[in-house]
Structure formats: C-alpha cells, structure tokens
Ligand binder design. Structure first.
Ligand code: SF4
Ligand code: SF4
Length: 355
C-alpha cells in the first residue's frame, strides 16, 4: 500500500479475524502490543497482551487513562553515586526506549487527550522522556459504540468517532470485520502490515453514524462566568464535599502535574518524577510555610479554572475531553458536569447550585 499522507483519511475493510492477525503480526515483529483487557469483573485496563484472545471489545473506557503509558506514574530522571574520591557520578537516564509500541483499542477521548499532553511536554522544554515514548507509539483507536452515562465528549468538542491524534480509527462490525480509517503515516504502516487482511473499502463505503452523546453545557458560557468569578462563594459550596484525595486528577487523561523528588541515602540516589495533583494541600505549599491555595475551595477552583479557562487561554483548547472518569471515580459523588451546568446557569443569570 502506498503511504497515506497525514491529512488523508483513507478507509479500509478488514476481514474477520483481523484483530488476531494484527496482534500476531505485531508480536512477531517484536512490537509491544497494548490492548484493553478485563482485569476484574467489569474493570478494563490497557495492558500488554500476548494474544488477541483476551482483548475486550465491548467496554466503555479503560479504568486508568492512556496517558500513563506515555507519562508514567513514576519514572527515574537520573541516578547519582558518591565516589571514593568524594566526587559524585551522575548518570542521566536515557530518553525513553525507542521500542515500538502499538496500542489497540483505546477510546477516542483518551487518544484526543494526548493533544493537551503534547502541548505541555513540548512547550517551554522538550521532554525527551515523553517524546521518545510518544514517537514510538502507534494508536489504533476503537470508535465508541456505547458511551457511558458520564460521557460528555460532545460538550467539549469531541465525539464518539473523534479521530484526533489517532493513527487508525477502527469501527468494529458485528460479524468480526472492521472498517479502518487511516489517519496518519503510522496508521498507513499498520494497515500495510496487515497485508490482505485489510483491503481498500469499496467505493461509496460509509462510516456508521456515531452514537448520541447529548451536549450538556456550552464551554464558552462556562468560561465567560469563570473569567469574572475567581472570588465567588460558589467555590466554597463546591468544595464542601471534596476530600482532596486526588482521584479525579490521577485518572484524568489530560491532567499532567508532576513533582520531582530525590530518593537517596548517604551514598547514592535517584531523581524521580512522580504524578502530583492540584487537589492536594501540599501541592502549592512553599518552603516558607505559606500556601497560596490554603483551602479546598481554592483547590477545587484551580482544577476547574485550569481546564476551562487557563489552559484554553494558553494553549487554545479545553483541558477536558469529557471522558467522565473524574465523576465515576469520586468517592463522594462530586460531579463535574453538574458543576459545569451550574456554572452555565450562573453565566445565564441563574444560580442553582446542586453540585
Ligand atoms: S475525586 Fe472527588 S473527593 Fe477526590 S479530590 Fe476529586 S473531587 Fe475531591
Ligand atoms: S476532567 Fe474529568 S471528564 Fe474531563 S478529561 Fe478529566 S477525567 Fe475526563
């Protein structure tokens, strides 16, 4: 197959058994294959597979976000060791392994979220650890067929069929076949590797209509209120039930805060990067003891402001893809859509706080 240009959207028909072929071919070529697997009843995670048999096809979304494959929970940036002559030997960790990884079956919202991470990790500094993994990863996304009750991708510019950042968008068919929409050169290479298993779709082939995901709020209206409401009492109301546990941020596919710490003894140590979270009281605490976000109200405000005001102003996009994980994960029932619809009501002149 000729390589498709990045902006071409080329459609292929994959035969029954295409997934098994794809996994076998990739594993045979020494590629690591990551796919959704059911790890507990009703719980699906993206994990390495050694056959296509365990791949989950009918699920809403993985419990943990795709981001953790490119931006791990914890990683070593450098190591150091004190030498007998008193000098310190410092070894930088090499940039992430160039090993090829193919992720088959992440959802469109998780994949689209990488646009936000790409902007952050290539912003004022090119993060070679993130970039190395990103470049080595091919994303074969499964279009959504049954969005969950907490999904709201259409309210933040997405769709169950969003192809943003995907290399191939896969539309699974009931008979085991699939339509493959090639979205990049990496995607063209993947389809090329499938050989006769995937052929150009017949002329006039159409993609299925996306399932409905109701729009829940207008982000422009939300931002309009946020622009004027830094000091509003609303934030204290919203924060009343928040425990500051951080589950919402850790599971969010666009959240990207991290801390860098040294873990060392007298002789040697590691400098590690660990996920961090703006809901935690220590996140902004200065060495002096001063904390510019001293209460949960200011921390809840930061989370919403960052996603719907600061990030759009700096990077031109909302830092939320509407996956609904934060709402699903919150142990006290904090509901982001309720917060945002309440904000929208306020922007329109009402004030029904039911968040
Ligand atoms: S998951 Fe819920 S309780 Fe925990 S920090 Fe987020 S909003 Fe607060
Ligand atoms: S803020 Fe919530 S709904 Fe939005 S991307 Fe993050 S986890 Fe998903």
């Amino acid at each position: 197959m000729n390589s498709a240009k990045v902006d071409e959207q080329t459609l292929y028909q994959a035969a029954t058994g295409w997934l098994k072929s794809a996994v076998d071919i990739l594993l045979g070529a020494g590629v690591e294959v990551i796919a959704p697997i059911e790890t507990d009843p009703g719980v699906v995670e993206l994990a390495a597979v050694n056959s296509s048999e365990a791949v989950a096809l009918d699920y809403v979304n993985a419990r943990l976000p795709l981001k953790r494959l490119l931006f791990p929970v914890t990683e070593v940036l450098l190591e150091y060791e004190k030498q007998s002559d008193g000098d310190v030997d410092v070894k930088s960790e090499p940039a992430a392994s160039p090993k090829d990884v193919v992720v088959i079956g992440a959802r469109p919202c998780d994949v689209a979220a990488l646009e936000a991470l790409d902007k952050v990790f290539h912003w004022d500094y090119d993060d070679v650890h993130y970039s190395g993994r990103r470049e080595g990863t091919t994303l074969i996304t499964f279009a959504c067929t049954k969005p969950g009750p907490q999904c709201f991708c259409t309210s933040v510019g997405g769709s169950p069929h969003n192809s943003a950042q995907s290399d191939v968008l896969v539309f699974l068919e009931d008979d085991g076949r699939a339509l493959l929409q090639v979205c990049s050169d990496k995607g063209a290479k993947f389809v090329d590797q499938l050989g006769d298993v995937a052929k150009p779709a017949p002329a006039g082939s159409k993609l299925p209509a996306p399932p409905e995901v109701k729009a829940r709020f207008e982000p422009e209206k939300v931002k309009q209120w946020l622009d004027e409401s830094f000091e509003d009492d609303f934030w204290a109301d919203v924060s009343l039930k928040c425990l500051g546990c951080g589950a919402c941020s850790y599971l969010c596919p666009t959240c990207h805060c991290f801390d860098i710490v040294d873990e060392a003894n007298w002789h040697s140590g590691q400098r590690r990067r660990n996920w961090d979270c703006c809901s935690h009281p220590m996140f902004t605490k200065h060495a002096s003891g001063h904390n510019p976000r001293p209460d949960q109200a200011s921390r809840c405000r930061q989370r919403v402001m960052h996603k719907f005001k600061y990030f759009p102003e700096r990077f031109g996009q909302i830092a939320c893809v509407g996956c609904g994980r934060c709402t699903r994960a919150c142990c006290v029932g904090q509901n982001l859509v309720s917060i945002l619809t309440d904000i929208e009501t306020r922007a329109k002149g009402g004030a029904n706080c039911d968040a």
